[in-house]
Design a protein around this ligand. Structure first.
Ligand code: HGY
Ligand code: MN
Ligand code: MN
Length: 423
């Protein structure tokens, strides 16, 4: 933060900016934990790399004078005290866990951007009425343990703790055991904390802001999501000696379902997406027709009616596709949240902060899911986006500029101060 001579004298808060170089250094240091194989990160939730990232974040928070709390889902809450002991805190959340081939900024910009806000407030001795709490939500990605936004979903009372603890990864390890193994299973009851307001800074993970030449996304809504896990059961058989008319081919059924999902998403344009990112063949042997195929269909839309219509179409058509091939079809919803409208008063705080700071900005709907989509159910919540290059994310080549990072942190600071009230 650079006020004149680094002091308050003669400066108004409106002129203050975060220290962009310090923020970028922190981003690069965190990126060294759980490196990927192509310049990004593989710091999946509840792995040893996640534990290292948590430890580094805790060290930085404590160096900034924050006190750390941890709840039973392992979510970290680092508190900067306010002057009014009765005032509910302003939370600033995001996540440090990454996809297996994730980028350096998804979630991490939000976590370290708000740490930079705290470091800047400390530099200038700015006191606030409300406490400010930095939050690292456990398992935002849902890559290792479905569903995504698991800890914030328990915090919002939508998912229960036992369900979360029982979630298994592809190796059959449970969330609860892995959380205990890395030593981050806290005692705080999940959801006991009450929030005055909640903000999340995040990269857009889409192409709009860069294409429009805007520094800041004023996020007004988030699209809703269904994750439908399909388990198709065919018959294992020799790929060479089994005649085509004797096959019970679960792999073919999966291919036809993927094609159908594409068709359904296209039929619900504009504002709908559908696809599959994860599948598992068993026995997954080159010359054995799969006996079982498990995959998750991810469908999303900002419009509730479209989201529901796509789910209905897919669940109606898939069994018929399978029946034609003699394949058994089981469908389980393993992730869901409705489209979310963020809190207009907080959205206006972000819009005003961007305007006051002279950053170009535009309203935008979030294509990706975020912890803020769940906290919006229990507290006034909104988000701030910065652009990302070519709109690429969930890819190790994910990239942003230091200027975008700093602009996002500047707007976050000023929006948060509107809620936390400078004294
Ligand atoms: O799936 C999502 O939208 C988020 O990245 N977890
Ligand atoms: Mn994210
Ligand atoms: Mn992500």
């Amino acid at each position: 933060m650079t006020g004149e001579n680094g002091s308050l004298a003669g400066e108004t808060v409106a002129n203050f900016r975060v220290d962009g170089a310090r923020l970028w250094d922190s981003l690069m240091e965190m990126a060294r934990i759980g490196p990927g194989i192509a310049g990004g990160n593989n710091r999946q939730t509840l792995t040893d790399a996640d534990a290292q990232g948590r430890a580094l974040f805790q060290t930085w928070c404590e160096a900034a004078g924050l006190t750390m709390g941890v709840d039973q889902m392992g979510t970290m809450f680092a508190t900067r005290p306010g002057e009014d002991p009765d005032a509910l805190p302003v939370y600033i959340g995001s996540h440090l866990d990454t996809q297996p081939t994730g980028g350096k900024y998804d979630g991490v910009l939000g976590v370290l951007g708000r740490l930079e806000v705290i470091r800047s407030l400390n530099d200038l001795g700015i006191r606030t009425k409300h406490p400010i709490v930095l939050t690292n939500w456990t398992n935002e990605e849902g890559a290792r343990f479905a569903p995504a936004m698991l800890a914030s979903g328990v915090f919002a009372g939508v998912l229960d703790l036992d369900y979360a603890y029982a979630r298994q990864d592809l190796e059959g390890l449970t969330f609860g055991d892995e959380l205990a193994r890395i030593g981050w299973r806290g005692d705080e009851p999940v959801g006991a904390r009450k929030m005055h307001a909640c903000y999340e800074l995040h990269i857009e993970q889409g192409p709009i802001l860069e294409a429009e030449g805007r520094d800041i996304g004023v996020v007004t809504h988030g699209q809703g999501l269904w994750w439908l896990e399909f388990t198709l059961t065919g018959r294992e058989a020799h790929t060479g000696s089994t005649p085509m008319d004797m096959r019970v081919n679960a792999g073919l059924a999966m291919a036809r379902i993927l094609e159908m999902v594409q068709e359904v998403a296209i039929a619900h344009q504009p504002g709908a997406v559908g696809g599959v990112g994860q599948m598992k063949f068993s026995p997954n042997s080159r010359n054995v027709l799969p006996g079982k195929v498990i995959f998750t269909v991810d469908i999303r839309s900002p419009e509730q009616a479209k989201l529901d219509a796509m789910r209905a179409a897919i669940e109606t058509r898939a069994p018929g596709i399978c029946a034609e091939l003699g394949v058994d079809c089981d469908i389980e919803a393993v992730g869901h949240f409705d489209p979310v409208t963020f809190t207009p008063e907080l959205v206006e705080n972000v819009r005003q902060a961007a305007g006051e700071l002279g950053y170009s900005h535009m309203d935008i709907i979030s294509g990706a899911g975020h912890d803020a989509c769940w906290t919006a159910r229990v507290a006034p919540t909104t988000m701030i986006f910065c652009p990302c290059k070519d709109g690429l994310s969930h890819n190790e080549a994910e990239d942003i500029t230091p200027e975008w990072a700093r602009a996002g942190a500047d707007v976050l600071m000023h929006a948060v101060l509107k809620s936390a009230v400078v004294l």
